[in-house]
Ligand binder design. Structure first.
Ligand code: ZN
Length: 380
């Protein structure tokens, strides 16, 4: 038995951000005051002002939280939640995955005097009755706007997560005008992250037909729109297509999780500064020739969604061509000095990466991990 989890209401369209005041006014409790968690880089692009103007026109006061640099820490999430407790009736997140994760988790923590670490790894339940969160992604990759998870660095310096239906956004706005200033390299890396989410969610052990529909559509959208979004950043149709792809892929992983490509990505992320999307794409790419030997029917469907023949054996080549076509650099050993295949394999085997490894359809021995680590590091 499988369950398709609820999906937030999703508003789509160029310029849709300018109506955000009315969106907030229509949220449960009709908030008159919000916490706005927004990437500081969006100020220069005029996005912060557009949001504030729309809120002001709807008579809604906003407390600004722009302290987002690098990966959010537990202390940063707690600071945002403390600000939300000062009378906010809703939390808006505008930015990439980090901004959305901080907004969702601050909204979930606001009703109780507890911190992010108190709820990490489901150690304690989230408080009931979270503030409604409104998510506006400005990258097309993580799918955070449709997942029930928030990621942060805990005080031990480890990547931690909080999960629960309380972390689901109440509403999502997909506005392609907000992603046109994303540089091509980031468009490519985040887009490949979305592709990896979709492929892993429809090929791992948790997959089910109803969820595959979202994943396969996400894969079709990436194949159709990512090369254009990288080549012509101002193409609004391509940008909208990629926002939808990331959003559908987010639904995919919210229902079925990821797989060993993300085990590799998290290990690479702990050992060096490799962009998550690129790391996930390279992890999936390196594992595919080994992975497609099992579960051929699921991989054949992915190959077809990518525009190739319905054959599992065609998939590694199709993914390799797409990754290279959008300019994602495949070789990464130079960026990880001193990281041997054995070191990478040991990192992949850590308990925090076990769930993704276990959900992969093909079981992996420690010898398999070493072979996969070698394939990632020796790729050229
Ligand atoms: Zn990812």
């Amino acid at each position: 038995m499988k369950t398709l989890l609820p999906v937030p209401e999703i508003a789509i369209g160029a310029g849709r951000i300018d109506g955000i005041g009315a969106d907030v006014a229509g949220l449960p409790g009709k908030p008159r005051r919000v916490l706005l968690v927004i990437d500081p880089a969006l100020r220069g692009a005029g996005v912060t002002d557009r949001v504030l103007r729309s809120l002001d026109a709807a008579g809604i006061a906003a407390a600004l939280f722009e302290d987002l640099r690098g990966e959010p820490t537990a202390a940063l999430v707690d600071a945002a939640a403390a600000l939300a407790r000062q009378g906010a009736g809703a939390v808006i997140g505008v930015g990439g995955g980090s901004a959305l994760d901080v907004a969702k988790l601050a909204a979930a923590l606001a009703p109780a005097p507890i911190g992010a670490e108190h709820v990490q790894f489901c150690a304690n339940p989230l408080p009931p009755a979270p503030l409604p969160a409104l998510c506006v992604p400005t990258t097309a990759g993580t799918g955070s706007e449709t997942t029930c998870v928030a990621v942060f660095l805990n005080t031990a310096g480890k990547k931690a997560w909080a999960w629960g239906p309380e972390i689901r956004a109440a509403k999502v706005i997909l506005d392609p005008t907000l992603t046109t200033s994303l540089p091509p390299a980031l468009t490519a890396a985040t887009g490949i992250d979305a592709l990896t989410h979709a492929v892993e969610a429809c090929t791992n052990l948790n997959r089910f037909a109803a969820n595959d529909a979202y994943c396969h559509q996400a894969i079709r959208l990436v194949a159709r729109h990512l090369p254009t979004a990288v080549r012509a950043p101002g193409d609004l149709a391509a940008r909208e297509g990629m926002l939808l792809a990331a959003c559908f892929a987010g639904i995919g992983i919210n229902n079925a999780g990821t797989a060993i490509g993300h085990t590799i990505a998290h290990a690479l992320g702990s050992l060096g500064r490799v962009h998550h999307g690129r790391a996930a794409g390279l992890g999936m790419r390196a594992a595919l020739p080994w992975n497609v030997a099992v579960n051929a029917e699921a991989y054949a469907a992915v190959a077809q969604a990518l525009g190739g023949p319905a054959e599992a054996a065609a998939l590694p080549g199709l993914v390799d061509r797409l990754v290279r076509a959008v300019g994602v650099k495949v070789a990464l050993a130079d960026e990880l000095p001193g990281v041997t295949p054995a070191r990478l394999a040991a990192e992949m085997a850590l308990p925090e990466n076990a769930a993704m490894r276990k959900s992969n359809a093909r079981p992996s021995s420690d010898a398999d991990l070493l072979a996969l680590a070698r394939a990632v590091l020796e790729a050229a």
